[in-house]
Write a new protein. Structure first.
Length: 203
């Protein structure tokens, strides 16, 4: 019997597992209505894989916004081992916090801090993008993330900062000394975030 093939009792022959699945006459409405509508909603987000972070800087290994979002979500799960917070809400916040960048692109943190008007305009554009998409929950969570007043928002900001730390560490280890500035800056930000997290949520 060939690798990947199995004996089928129904037709008494050897073929791949997907043989009968392909033969099923799926209802047209199920694919055209449900699947196409879902794909239409998801398609814009697929562009996050093309948007590169830290774009004004020399980089040895690129990191896309999609990669960053995934790492932030994974770091939130890891932080749940040490802190007591609403995990589901925090994961949604992590997954939503940068998705509007598919329209606004990624503008580095230091640029936003040097040009407050640019940061304000970007925030407005990101919120408008989410509203136009009908992503009202994402818009609310983004506001909470930006305000840093809840435990969940502090956790996601900490995960976001850890993601920056891990990437900058990797760049420096590969020989990119230009990321030492980001390294030192993000370490300060991580320390500030830890100070804002109340002791009562520590496990």
């Amino acid at each position: 019997m060939k690798l990947g093939y199995s004996y089928c009792e129904e037709c008494h022959c050897e073929h791949t597992v997907g043989h009968h699945l392909m033969a099923i006459d799926w209802p047209d409405w199920q694919y055209s209505t449900q699947a196409n509508a879902l794909l239409a909603r998801i398609k814009p987000l697929f562009g996050l894989r093309r948007i590169i972070r830290y774009n004004p800087r020399e980089r040895i290994k690129d990191e896309s916004v999609a990669e960053h979002i995934a790492f932030v979500a994974l770091l939130v799960i890891e932080l749940y081992k040490d802190f007591d917070f609403n995990l589901e809400k925090s994961l949604l916040m992590a997954l939503f916090h940068d998705i509007a960048e598919v329209k606004t692109s990624d503008v580095p943190h230091d640029v936003k801090k040097r040009f407050p008007k640019v940061e304000a305009a970007l925030r407005e554009a990101e919120h408008q993008t989410l509203e136009d998409w009908g992503q009202l929950q994402a818009k609310e969570l983004l506001s909470e993330f930006e305000e840093k007043k809840t435990i969940e928002s502090l956790i996601v900001n900490l995960a976001d900062a850890f993601s920056v730390k891990l990437y900058s560490d990797a760049e420096v280890e590969l020989g990119n000394s230009t990321f030492k500035e980001i390294q030192s800056g993000i370490e300060v930000r991580i320390g500030e975030l830890f100070q804002k997290i109340p002791q009562k949520v520590y496990r």
